[in-house]
Ligand binder design. Structure first.
Ligand SMILES: *[C@@H]1O[C@H](CO)[C@@H](O)[C@H](O)[C@H]1NC(C)=O
Ligand SMILES: *[C@@H]1O[C@H](CO)[C@@H](O)[C@H](O)[C@H]1NC(C)=O
Length: 372
């Protein structure tokens, strides 16, 4: 019986092979059309983002914004609007260092001093999270906060330097030990990363959005709203950036476009330089930051040059892998960046990584009445 089935299988697969049509020849015209439809789709998405941002800011009369870049499960956005749920100090454990500490949510007083007391009806929050493992929950958090009357939009996209698609490493659902746990989900910048991915992870394609474009749109919409309300300027814009080493690409881009200095009043950045021990991506990214800041970007010596990930316009000259004798240390690039910002931007760099309530765990009751 098994033999017959196997034989049938071979016969049918041989037949399939025989019947397989020759590979389609793609004409130049078809290729051009495919490219054009991709560009159309991209332009449509960009227009949709703009309309969404303008509508949310307009409908909620927002004059300030909170940018939650690397939203994960949106605990920080909930702390902004529902701080009363996060006031209890929480035991925070770090298995690697074997420490357990009682910690307060340090963002609560920070939000208070930046945005004032609750309800923060005129603060709109925009999040960015490409990980599909979180999208169902993010939809619920967004609906919950909107029912309370707040202007919240979480983009299901990676914060990046360009509009397009990025590869992203996420935990396989079946390996996720807890519902809300998927730290270390990160963007992959080179094919080796993708192949190297551990079996606990899978690689997905995710939408990427140009953060400079989105931040500018938010800034413009807030300005327009503030003017309409008779204010001279709009209120503060605060950014949290926690994107698992993607900051080494996004920050140079935000600097080069001038958007960081022009738009962001306060920045909380979690640096992930420890990803970068002897890693070529680290090398190019940190070189990219330094080169961009010092105006040293060069297109010479293509043989040995590599496109800096996250910096599409920058070609940096660097020795070929695997040895990087002249690689600036990641912390060197971080320091260069911080000094540049301190001397040239209005942006205040604040050092605070509030990781309390990682799993959230707070109820999302259907509100009986909106706060705003
Ligand atoms: C972690 O710390 C606890 C208490 O401080 C100690 O009893 C335990 O042996 C430590 N575990 C490891 C793996 O070091
Ligand atoms: C948490 O904040 C409360 C109130 O401000 C304070 O009394 C307490 O000492 C803080 N706890 C920790 C662990 O920092």
């Amino acid at each position: 019986m098994v033999g017959i089935i196997v034989a049938l299988f071979f016969v049918s697969s041989a037949q399939r092979k025989a019947q397989k049509p020759p590979p389609a020849i793609i004409t130049d015209v078809e290729e051009d059309q495919a490219t054009e439809s991709l560009i159309d789709a991209m332009e449509h998405s960009i227009a949709t983002d703009k309309a969404t941002i303008e509508r949310i800011i307009d409908e909620h009369d927002c004059t300030s914004a909170y940018l939650d870049v690397g939203t994960n499960i949106a605990v920080q956005i909930r702390k902004l609007y529902e701080p009363h749920l996060y006031t209890k100090p929480e035991y925070w454990g770090n298995r690697i260092n074997n420490i357990t500490q009682l910690r307060n949510a340090t963002m609560l007083p920070r939000f208070e001093s930046t945005y004032g007391p609750t309800p923060r009806c005129r603060v709109c929050a925009f999040g960015f999270e490409p990980n599909p493992n979180h999208h169902e929950r993010l939809g619920r958090v967004q609906a919950h906060l909107r029912a309370l009357g707040y202007g919240v939009k979480v983009f299901h996209a990676a914060a990046a330097e360009t509009d397009g698609v990025v590869h992203f490493r996420v935990t396989n659902k079946k390996h996720m030990k807890m519902e809300n746990e998927d730290w270390g989900a990160k963007r992959l910048d080179k094919i080796e990363d993708i192949e190297y991915s551990h079996h606990d992870y899978k690689t997905i394609a995710a939408r990427s959005v140009d953060v400079s474009r989105i931040f500018s749109t938010i800034d413009d919409a807030l300005t327009k709203k503030a003017k309409a309300l008779g204010m001279e300027n709009h209120g503060p814009i605060t950014m949290k950036l926690d994107i698992e080493s993607g900051e080494f690409g996004v920050l140079p881009h935000l600097l080069r476009t001038g958007v960081l200095c022009r738009v962001v009043d306060e920045a909380y950045i979690e640096w992930h330089e420890w990803f970068f021990t002897n890693d070529p991506i680290a090398h190019y990214s940190t070189v990219s930051i330094k080169a961009m800041i010092k105006g040293m970007v060069t297109t010479e010596n293509k043989q040995q040059s590599y496109r800096a990930p996250g910096d599409a316009n920058a070609i940096v000259v660097a020795p070929a892998p695997p040895s990087f004798p002249e690689a600036p240390a990641a912390d060197d690039a971080m320091q260069t960046f911080q000094e540049y910002v301190a001397n040239n931007c209005k942006t205040k760099m604040l050092d605070d990584d509030d990781e309390t309530y990682l799993h959230d765990g707070q109820p999302m009751d259907t509100p009986t009445h909106p706060m705003c």
